[in-house]
Design a protein around this ligand. Structure first.
Ligand code: 13P
Length: 265
């Protein structure tokens, strides 16, 4: 698995990790507007970009977006899933249903799910396992609130969240971790590269203790007010392997500029 070099924090970095830029559209662009955005992203992202590109539309646009980007090197993600495969769970969508729509990825444990819809670490763990069971790659989110950061509990919180994710049986399916400090989401208040790298390096060490091969292979994305202006600085950090982009992913040109920021300087 590539050449490894030590970082300041002692984590392992593999130059073999391909950057991943994922756009989380949240509850925007659910119909024809989703197809238009997907088509614009397809045209705006340079073919042969260094970064792997994924978009996560609302459920209602998933199949149409997957059709729109078919043949392009753009993956499609669900924004969540129910841990079961089917059942009397009104309003829920299962992993196999996402796969049927053309998704190959799924976001799990986003802070909006945790904070607004009461998802716990145990729910997130079950969802990671359910995703892997149908070979959807989970993009599993961790992140502290402002109060937790101010109380000096950032690393404790993200390490507890990551431990739950790692306890899921993934049956060999790869994993992506996204560090999204809650205070940076949709606020325009981005973590500085040093703040992001500190947490990413700690997450890498935790992955390393769990499984060195997993640590070397797992992309750790940063999310929270990523914009074309700040992307290059974040992506230059040794343990930042990509970005999970909210607001800026709704603008194809801005999203493509973030993808372009992952090109070697
Ligand atoms: P913003 O980029 O809008 O801050 O959202 C980040 C996010 O929550 C991505 O999942």
């Amino acid at each position: 698995m590539g050449v490894r070099a030590s970082t300041r924090a002692g984590a392992l970095v593999s130059p073999g990790r391909r950057p991943l830029i994922a756009g989380n559209w949240k509850m925007y662009r659910g119909g024809a507007a989703g197809c238009e955005l997907a088509d614009a992203v397809r045209r705006a992202v340079a073919p042969g970009a260094r970064a792997e590109v994924v978009v996560a539309p609302p459920f209602t646009a998933l199949a149409a977006v997957a059709e729109t980007v078919r043949g392009a090197t753009i993956g499609v993600a669900g924004q969540s899933l129910h841990p079961g495969t089917e059942g009397a769970f009104t309003g829920e969508v299962s992993g196999p249903m996402l796969v049927e729509c053309g998704a190959t990825w799924v976001i799990v444990g986003h802070s909006e799910r945790r904070q607004l819809f009461g998802e716990t670490d145990a729910n997130v763990q079950a969802k990671v396992a359910a995703a892997a069971a149908c070979e959807l790659v989970p993009i599993a989110c961790v992140g502290e609130t402002l109060a937790e950061r101010e109380a000096g509990r950032t690393l404790e919180v993200v390490s507890r969240q990551l431990a739950a994710i790692l306890a899921a049986d993934r049956a060999g399916v790869s994993l992506v971790v996204a560090y999204e400090p809650v205070w940076a989401i949709g606020t325009g208040r981005v973590a500085g590269p040093d703040q992001a790298e500190e947490v990413h390096a700690a997450l890498r060490v935790q992955l390393e203790r769990h499984d060195p091969a997993l640590a070397a292979a797992t992309r750790i994305l940063y999310g929270g007010s990523v914009k074309p202006e700040n992307a290059a600085g974040l992506l230059a950090c040794p343990n930042v392997d990509g970005a999970l982009v909210g607001g800026a992913s709704l603008d194809a040109a801005a999203f493509a500029a973030i993808v372009a920021a992952a090109e070697p300087g």
